[in-house]
Design a protein around this ligand. Structure first.
Ligand SMILES: Nc1nc2c(ncn2[C@@H]2O[C@H](COP(=O)(O)OP(=O)(O)OP(=O)(O)O)[C@@H](O)[C@H]2O)c(=O)[nH]1
Ligand SMILES: [Mg+2]
Length: 447
């Protein structure tokens, strides 16, 4: 996984939030400290870490919660939004004008991953129906020609190169002409990485760019550089207005968080990230989604939307009754109906990034069962609804007859009730103990 270490420590910081009894200033302080530690280990610049955590601290205890959103959800959302905010928030695609030749020039320091990224991008766009070709203008490193040629051939991508031509500018020009002749829409130009620092790199970029006038110049940065990547991005941003960035090697690099945040801080748009050596290990950089994965939650937004849509209110009474060990059939029905509105409960937990083993049969609330339960309950007395344990054989028979169901149906309802009561007890206990348990989803109040 990309940035595994950072993801793990952020996730466990949030888990603490799930498990806590009360959410107060003290807890937020702890959370902020955990996040700081996690970011510093990932080589995020200290002042950036402070800016990030200050924003989290300020907003976490914000008094005005949107209706239907719990404090826990709010804090998770704040952490999520803040990290995404500092990574640039919006995804920015590569600009490709369809039907026209779009020349994209790749530059970057030696070994940063230019050639590999070109192979990946060519495949990526070809698969999406864009006619894509590649040009090797790296006449500096022996083997550069055959490296790109092989990558291109493996994916059936048109390639231009000439091992006998030593002038990079001429190579680029000739290649561009060839690719235009072939009606290519996306033309990726590979350049040599003879430089070790920003200055020389920017100079060569200017020379080639002047000659071929690319539509976009992409700087490829090695993510293992950590926050040092910022200097490269800044120099590049200053030198060109048509620039974007790919950060590579984010797989298995402990410093990737530092690289991404430092590059984003310069305002240069990160368009793709490289996540492995394989030819499919590239993805468009979408900060919001990326942070979601880091936090180990695939869809917090989806969850919050859903909760709001269902207009679920916190049922204080039910919670109080439960705390006192009372849980009636009517309570169960109300809970089941709320769950039904929210969809399969397993899915909801999954969206919260939680792994919780549910008793069998609880995974989904079925319409059919709900209706039958309701019919059965209509034949019960108030006393029976409040204290289902008094329902023994003769009452059972009467209820089944009265509701036009079978005794087995009534027993099933009672079994479901017992199961749910037990589960709710366990969950409220584990929450009171302050560990594990259930996230604070309104509507599941008291569970
Ligand atoms: N793990 C990992 N390795 C990568 C990634 N991208 C590139 N590499 C590796 O990094 C090394 C250098 O990649 P190249 O694509 O040759 O780099 P380059 O910038 O073209 O290098 P020069 O042409 O010599 O300047 C190769 O071993 C690649 O397999 C990535 O996203 N993840
Ligand atoms: Mg190369």
């Amino acid at each position: 996984m990309v940035l595994e270490g950072l993801g793990k420590s952020l996730n466990s910081a949030l888990k603490r939030l799930f498990g806590a009894n009360v959410i107060d200033e003290e807890l937020v302080k702890e959370l902020v400290k955990d996040i700081q530690r996690a970011l510093l280990v990932a080589d995020v610049d200290v002042s950036l870490v402070m800016a990030i955590t200050e924003r989290v601290r300020k907003q976490a205890l914000d008094e005005n919660l949107p209706r239907g959103v719990s404090r826990r959800e709010h804090i998770i959302k704040v952490v999520w939004d803040t990290l995404a905010y500092f990574l640039g928030e919006k995804p920015i695609p590569l600009t490709i004008r369809p039907g026209k030749p779009n020349l994209i020039m790749m530059i970057g320091i030696q070994g940063s991953g230019k050639t590999t990224t070109i192979g990946k991008l060519a495949r990526y766009y070809q698969k999406r129906g864009i006619r894509t070709g590649v040009i090797c203008a790296d006449n500096f490193r022996p083997g550069a020609y055959s490296q790109l040629k092989q990558l291109a051939e493996r994916s059936n991508i048109p390639f231009y190169g000439d091992e006998s031509e030593k002038d990079a500018v001429k190579l680029a020009k000739k290649g561009y002409k060839e690719m235009k002749k072939k009606n290519m829409e996306l033309i990726l130009l590979d350049t040599s990485g003879r430089h070790r620092e920003e200055v020389g790199l920017i100079k060569e970029m200017k020379d080639i760019a002047k000659a071929v006038k690319p539509h976009e110049i992409v700087l490829v940065i090695d993510g293992t550089l950590g926050q040092q990547a910022g200097a490269q991005a800044a120099a590049f941003k200053k030198a060109t207005e048509i620039g974007s960035i790919v950060v590579t090697k984010l797989d298995g690099s402990a410093k990737g968080g530092g690289a991404l945040s430092a590059v984003a801080a310069t305002g240069a748009p990160i368009k793709f990230i490289g996540t492995g050596e394989g030819m499919d290990a590239i993805e468009p950089f979408n900060p919001t989604k990326f942070v979601g994965r880091l936090l180990g939650m695939s869809d917090i937004r989806g969850l919050i939307e859903k909760v709001k849509e269902a207009q679920i209110e916190i049922d204080e009474d039910a919670t109080m009754r439960l705390m006192k060990g009372k849980f009636t059939l009517t309570d169960m029905m109300a809970q089941l109906k709320q769950l039904k509105k929210m969809g399969p409960i397993g899915k909801i937990l999954e969206m919260m990034g939680m792994k919780y083993k549910l008793p069998e049969g609880m995974a989904e609330v079925q319409e059919e069962n709900l209706k039958r339960f309701e019919v059965i309950m209509n034949s019960m007395t108030k006393q029976e609804l409040d204290e289902p344990k008094i329902i023994k054989s003769s009452r059972l028979k009467r209820i089944a007859r009265g509701s036009g169901t079978s005794e087995r149906d009534v027993r099933e309802l009672l079994k479901q009730y017992e199961m749910m009561k037990k589960m709710m007890k366990q969950m409220s206990k584990s929450r009171r103990r302050g560990r594990g348990g259930f996230p604070d989803i309104p509507g599941l109040a008291g569970m």
